[in-house]
Design a protein around this ligand. Structure first.
Ligand code: 4NP
Length: 164
């Protein structure tokens, strides 16, 4: 069975989207679904291509037992075909992604990450880049919630089941 493919997208791909990718992978591993769901992340900008996740984000994630892996890359048009679901961290990311889809062919594949959160009412995952450590911790808390909701939704919709 081929994997269901999720792509998390923010501006720089060094704070929010790599956190979402690695948190989701953590939950997927716990659920025994690593063979069924594949995750990646990207940025709408080219600012940090090739960079490791931001050190402040890495520290905040480590406090919750999540190791951030990966290098930044830029979102590209081919990602629309490559992935089943594209999760934007904020409204600007959402607009920037869809600005590359002039025919609105992939509109249904692009969603806001916060739609999947159960315990947080935020509409966006706030950009922590120019703030203090509190903002990075908030990103992790919000993403843990949204990733749990997202995983439940994907399992339900795709009828994915953990293998013994
Ligand atoms: P991210 O955070 O989009 O969550 O990776 C940012 C990273 C870098 C910049 C802004 C936000 N920047 O302006 O360089």
């Amino acid at each position: 069975m081929s994997s269901y493919k999720l792509l998390f997208v923010c501006l720089g791909n060094i704070c929010r989207s790599p956190s979402a990718e690695n948190i989701m992978n953590h939950l997927i591993e716990q659920a025994g679904l690593s063979d069924s769901i594949f995750c990646d992340s990207a940025g709408t900008s080219s600012y940090h291509i090739g960079s490791l996740p931001d050190r402040r984000m890495t520290v905040a994630a480590e406090h919750r037992g999540i190791i951030l892996k990966g290098r930044a890359r830029q979102f590209q048009k081919s990602d629309f075909e490559e992935f089943d679901l594209i999760l934007a961290m904020d409204h600007q990311n959402y607009r920037d992604i869809l600005s590359l889809d002039s025919g609105m062919k992939y509109l249904d594949k692009v969603r806001l990450m916060c739609e999947f959160a159960w315990h947080h009412s935020e509409q966006e995952v706030p950009d922590p880049y120019y703030g203090g450590s509190e903002g990075f911790n908030r990103v992790i808390d919000l993403l843990l919630d949204a990733c749990e909701g997202l995983l439940q939704q994907v399992v339900k919709n795709e009828a994915l089941r953990a293998r013994p």
